[in-house]
Design a protein around this ligand. Structure first.
Ligand SMILES: Cc1cc2nc3c(=O)[nH]c(=O)nc-3n(C[C@H](O)[C@H](O)[C@H](O)COP(=O)(O)OP(=O)(O)OC[C@H]3O[C@@H](n4cnc5c(N)ncnc54)[C@H](O)[C@@H]3O)c2cc1C
Length: 413
C-alpha cells in the first residue's frame, strides 16, 4: 500500500492560482501541500519571459519568471510545502489522490482540495487544420518552453494564429529567438488584443494582422513551408511563406482530474461549475484560476487564489455553505460566465466580478440579467466586450437573483 499523507489542504498545481491560495491558507493551518508536476513551481509565468505580470496583485510591473519566483517565495514564507516533480495522476478512492513523486507512488487524503491546474492551448490536431504534418507547428506554451527553458532555435519566419494578448506574447518570444513574424491571423474584424498592444506591436515587430481570415491548410513535407489562409468575407485564399506556425489562445481548462471525480463541468467552457466561493459540485473540492476561466491574467488569478484561500478557511472553520444556488447561463455572444453558479446571500466572487468570454466584439455593451423570463438588471458598461480576452461584469448585477427563481441568463447587446 502506498504511503498516505493527510494534510489539511492539498493544492493541486503550483501556478499563480495555487501558490496564492497556499500563501493565504498556510499561516492558519497545520499542513498545506502544493503538488506541482514540474521541477519548478510558478506555472505559465515561469517561461513567459516578458514584462506585464504583477500589476494588480503586487502593484508592480514584473517579468513572468520574477513574478513566479515572488509567488513561490511568498507561499514558502507562509509555511506551505511546495512539492515539485509531484504529478497527481488520478484518484485512489473518492477522498484520496494518487500522486506520482520522486519517492514513488503516494496517496494524499486532505481535509479539503484546491484544484489549480490551469488551462492549455488547443493544439493543431484538435483544431482540425488540414494539410501535411511537418515539424515547426507549436502552441505558445511549447514555443516559450523551447526558447526560454531549453534555449533552442525555432525558425526564421513565423505565422501566428490568433491576435490576442497571448499571440503578441508569442511574437515577442519569436523575435527574441531571431524569428520574424510574417503575420498574425485573426478570424475577427479587429485583432483581439488591446489597441495599446496591437498598434505599436505591428510597428515594433514589423508585422501585420490578417483580420477576418482563417488558416485552411499547412504546407511542407518535413518542415513547414507555408500557411494557406482564407478571407472569410470573400473566400479568397493565398499562401504565406514561413517555416514556423504558432497556434495561440483557444483554451481548454485542465479539468481531467475533476471530470474523473464526477464533478459537474460547464459544457460551454469545459471548466468545473463553481459558485462564488469556488466550490465545485463535490463536497470539500474547490477550484481556482484559469481552470475556472480560461484564461484571465495572472494578477487576477492570484487575487482569486487569495479569495479561494479565504473561502476554504471558512469551510474548514465549519461555516455552512448557502443552502440553495442557481445556475448562471451565458447567451450568445457571451460564450461562458464564471462563476457559473450563484448562491443568493453567499459570498461575493473574487474582486466582485463575474468573468465572461465573448465570441464577438460589442464596443458599448449593455448587460441584461434575466431570471424566469423577468429582467432583473440592465447595465451599460464603459469598457468593450471583446473576444480573445476576458470581459468582466460587476457582480452587483446579480443582486436581485433569488434562490427559487430558476436559472439566471446573462446577455450583452
Ligand atoms: C504566452 C502567455 C503569456 C501571458 N502573459 C501574461 C502577462 O503578461 N501578464 C499576465 O498577468 N498574465 C499573462 N498570462 C496569463 C497567466 O500566465 C495566467 O493567467 C496564469 O499563469 C494562470 O495561473 P493558474 O495558476 O491558473 O495556471 P498555470 O499558470 O497554468 O499553473 C497551473 C499549474 O498546475 C500544474 N499542474 C497541472 N496539472 C497538474 C497535475 N495533474 N499535477 C500536478 N501539477 C499540475 C502545472 O504544471 C502548472 O504549474 C500569459 C499566458 C500565456 C500563455
Amino acid at each position: 500500500m502506498p504511503e498516505l499523507l493527510t494534510p489539511t489542504v492539498a493544492v493541486i498545481g503550483g501556478g499563480p492560482g495555487g501558490l496564492s491560495a497556499a500563501a493565504r491558507l498556510a499561516p492558519e493551518l497545520d499542513q498545506v501541500l502544493v503538488l506541482e508536476r514540474e521541477q519548478q513551481a510558478g506555472g505559465i509565468p515561469r517561461h513567459s519571459d516578458h514584462p506585464g505580470y504583477g500589476i494588480r496583485d503586487r502593484k508592480r510591473f514584473m517579468s513572468g519568471p520574477a513574478y513566479a519566483r515572488a509567488l513561490e517565495a511568498d507561499a514558502r514564507a507562509a509555511g506551505a510545502q511546495i512539492l515539485t516533480g509531484w504529478t497527481v495522476t488520478g484518484w485512489a478512492d473518492e477522498d484520496t489522490l494518487a500522486v506520482t513523486t520522486p519517492r514513488g507512488l503516494l496517496h494524499v487524503r486532505p481535509d479539503a482540495f484546491c484544484f489549480a491546474t490551469g488551462a492549455r492551448e488547443r493544439p493543431r490536431t484538435a483544431r482540425l487544420v488540414p494539410g501535411t504534418r511537418p515539424a515547426g507547428v507549436l502552441t505558445t506554451g511549447q514555443l516559450q518552453n523551447l526558447v526560454h527553458v531549453h534555449h533552442q532555435e525555432v525558425g526564421r519566419r513565423a505565422v501566428v494564429v490568433g491576435a490576442g494578448l497571448v499571440s503578441w506574447s508569442a511574437v515577442m518570444t519569436l523575435a527574441e529567438a531571431g524569428c520574424a513574424t510574417e503575420a498574425l491571423v485573426s478570424e475577427h474584424p479587429v485583432g483581439e488584443s488591446y489597441a495599446l498592444f496591437r498598434v505599436p506591436g505591428k510597428a515594433l515587430f514589423r508585422t501585420r494582422v490578417e483580420t477576418t481570415s482563417r488558416v485552411v491548410a499547412i504546407h511542407g513535407r518535413t518542415r513547414v513551408t507555408g500557411v494557406e489562409i482564407e478571407d472569410t468575407r470573400t473566400g479568397n485564399r493565398r499562401t504565406i511563406d514561413c517555416d514556423t506556425v504558432v497556434f495561440t489562445g483557444d483554451w481548454i481548462p485542465d479539468h481531467e482530474l475533476l471530470r474523473s471525480a464526477g464533478v459537474e463541468i460547464d459544457p460551454a467552457s469545459g471548466a468545473p461549475v463553481v459558485d462564488a466561493a469556488m466550490r465545485t459540485s463535490k463536497e470539500r473540492v474547490f477550484a481556482v484560476g484559469n481552470l475556472n476561466h480560461p484564461v484571465d491574467t495572472a494578477d487576477v488569478v492570484a487575487l482569486a487564489g487569495t479569495h479561494a484561500g479565504e473561502r476554504i478557511l471558512e469551510h474548514l472553520a465549519g461555516r455552512p455553505a448557502p443552502e440553495a444556488s442557481v445556475r448562471l447561463m451565458a447567451e450568445d455572444p457571451i460564450r461562458w460566465v464564471s462563476p457559473s453558479r450563484w448562491a443568493p446571500g453567499g459570498p461575493a466572487p473574487a474582486r466582485n466580478r463575474l468573468v465572461c468570454w465573448m465570441d464577438r466584439l460589442v464596443t458599448r455593451p449593455v448587460v441584461t440579467v434575466r431570471q424566469g423570463g423577468r429582467v432583473l438588471a440592465r447595465r451599460r458598461l464603459p469598457w468593450p466586450a471583446a473576444p480573445g480576452r476576458t470581459f468582466r461584469i460587476p457582480s452587483g448585477v446579480l443582486d436581485g437573483v433569488t434562490a427559487d427563481g430558476g436559472e439566471v441568463r446573462l446577455s450583452v447587446d
